[in-house]
Design a protein around this ligand. Structure first.
Ligand code: ARG
Length: 463
């Protein structure tokens, strides 16, 4: 038997090496080399455990652990020669280890399999990304809190259907996103806590007859405990799906905010000025300043949610346990992670740098009869009208103002009394935007006093 061209890791029963197409469809080294650091950390923990349990000699384990650091330094330095014939990061590292330390390298794979190895590496990689997302979300929340604090009492229109509804405060609007990204942060933390169990030692699928210590490797890699079922340990990709769904929901939030920034920065709105640092120009129209970062953030949700859908479909029909289909998990997660991190960082930069245009916000706040609800509430409170009747009377007053081409506060008292005789001069006090927002003091309402309470609550929470 000639094994010169068959795989050096598993080629024992093979007479021939793979077809070039087979190698092309099978190899994952082109992308899974991103898990090199995690692979080497997992192998070093495994080797230490094999020595502690007497499965390997201390000298073999020591040679393996040191050799793995040499391999890692080669990868970090960019001098490592990755080979598609060696399929993936796991076998590339092990083959190089053999070149570096010789025979003991062949003992590293005792009591484990690539199945628990890849699950471990990938979990460690995803866990690192969750930690990065945690930091990025906290930074974004802090940028939003700074905006909310500065503009806690700035008035602006609040919208439903993108039609002016009621006046709100800038701080209140910023704090709405704090709630949204705050939920994303709690999803990130929940996902991390739930996934933090070690697959290592599940071996191919059934566990191993070697007297391994899974608690030891779990602790060495920062896991809370080993996965309790070896079949589940090697076939589970929930952690990747939770990562992607968490990223998808957050990307959706980023996209909604990005959409508002696109609208708000337009000449028609002028609610915000984005910094030059987060804007681009046009090659033909010299006057243009475009919100490209916001537009790209708005678009990212497509590919991130696409990754989530793709992996869900990869997993949905797989019988237990490992199938090679699962190798398709990584590119989706890598791409989603890269783009999520980029979108979070870009949003943080835009929010930190942007300037709310207080005058334009205030000017728009009073348009579109935005204090009509305050007028209806006054009719209920002062004249004791049932709300439905008050709504009707207010509607008639809005129609009157619309006919005259003026605001509610510009109507004469006699005109108002023509619609309802009970209306008095006092009504004008509720028709200003300032009074409207200051009156909305219910818990969670837009009044500056409530907004400042929420800013303080979140600052405390994040400190
Ligand atoms: N490259 C593989 C992957 O990413 C590693 C696991 C291979 N396991 C196996 N039984 N072929 O899934």
């Amino acid at each position: 038997m000639s094994d010169t061209s068959s795989n050096q890791m598993w080629g024992g029963r093979f007479a021939e090496g793979p077809d070039a197409i087979m190698e092309a469809i099978n190899a994952s080294i082109g992308f899974d080399q991103r898990m090199a650091a995690q692979d080497i950390a997992g192998s070093r923990a495994h080797a230490a455990m094999l020595a502690a349990t007497g499965i390997l000699t201390d000298s073999d384990a020591q040679a393996i652990r040191e050799g793995l650091l040499t391999v890692l330094s080669e990868i970090d330095a960019g001098t490592f020669q990755f080979s598609a014939a060696l399929e993936d990061i796991h076998m590339n590292v092990e083959a190089r280890l053999k070149e570096v330390i010789g025979e003991p390298a062949g003992r590293l794979h005792t009591g484990r399999s690539r199945n628990d190895q890849v699950a471990t590496d990938f979990k460690l990689w995803v866990r690192d990304q969750l930690d990065a997302a945690d930091g990025a979300l906290v930074a974004l929340l802090q940028a939003l809190l700074a905006q909310a604090e500065a503009g806690a009492d700035w008035v602006m229109p609040g919208f439903t259907h993108l039609q002016t509804a009621q006046p709100v405060t800038w701080g209140h609007h910023m704090m709405a996103y704090v709630e949204m990204f705050g939920r994303d942060l709690s999803r990130v933390r929940d996902a991390r806590a739930r996934m933090n169990e070690s697959p290592l030692g599940a071996a191919a699928l059934a566990g191993t007859s070697f007297p391994i210590d899974r608690d030891m490797t779990a602790a060495a890699l920062g896991f809370d405990r080993p996965c309790a079922n070896s079949l589940d340990a090697v076939s589970d990709r929930d952690f990747a799906l939770e990562f992607l769904s968490t990223a998808s929901i957050c990307a959706m939030h980023l996209s909604r905010f990005a959409e508002e920034l696109v609208i708000w920065s337009s000449a028609q709105f002028r609610f915000v000025t984005l910094s030059d640092r987060f804007s681009t120009g046009s090659s033909i129209m010299p006057q243009k300043k475009n919100p490209d970062a916001a537009e790209l953030i708005r678009a990212k949700v497509g590919r991130i949610f696409g990754a989530n859908t793709a992996l869900m479909l990869v997993m949905k029909g797989l019988p237990l346990t490992y199938s090679k289909d699962m190798q398709e998990d990584k590119e989706q997660v890598f791409d989603a992670a890269d783009n999520w991190m980029l979108a979070l960082a870009a949003m943080e930069g835009m929010v930190r740098d942007m300037t709310g245009n207080r005058e334009a916000l205030a000017g728009a706040a009073g348009s579109g009869f935005s204090t009509a609800t305050d007028l209806a509430d006054w009719l209920v409170r002062v004249l004791n009208l049932p709300f439905r009747d008050a709504h009707h009377v207010t509607g008639a007053l809005v129609a009157l103002a619309e006919g005259k081409g003026c605001d509610l506060s510009d109507l004469d008292l006699s005109d108002m009394q023509g619609v309802h005789t009970g209306i008095t001069e006092d009504v004008y006090s509720v028709l200003t935007v300032e009074n409207s927002v200051h009156s909305r003091i219910s818990y969670g309402g837009t009044a500056p006093v409530r907004v400042r309470e929420q800013v303080a609550r979140w600052q405390e929470k994040l400190s």
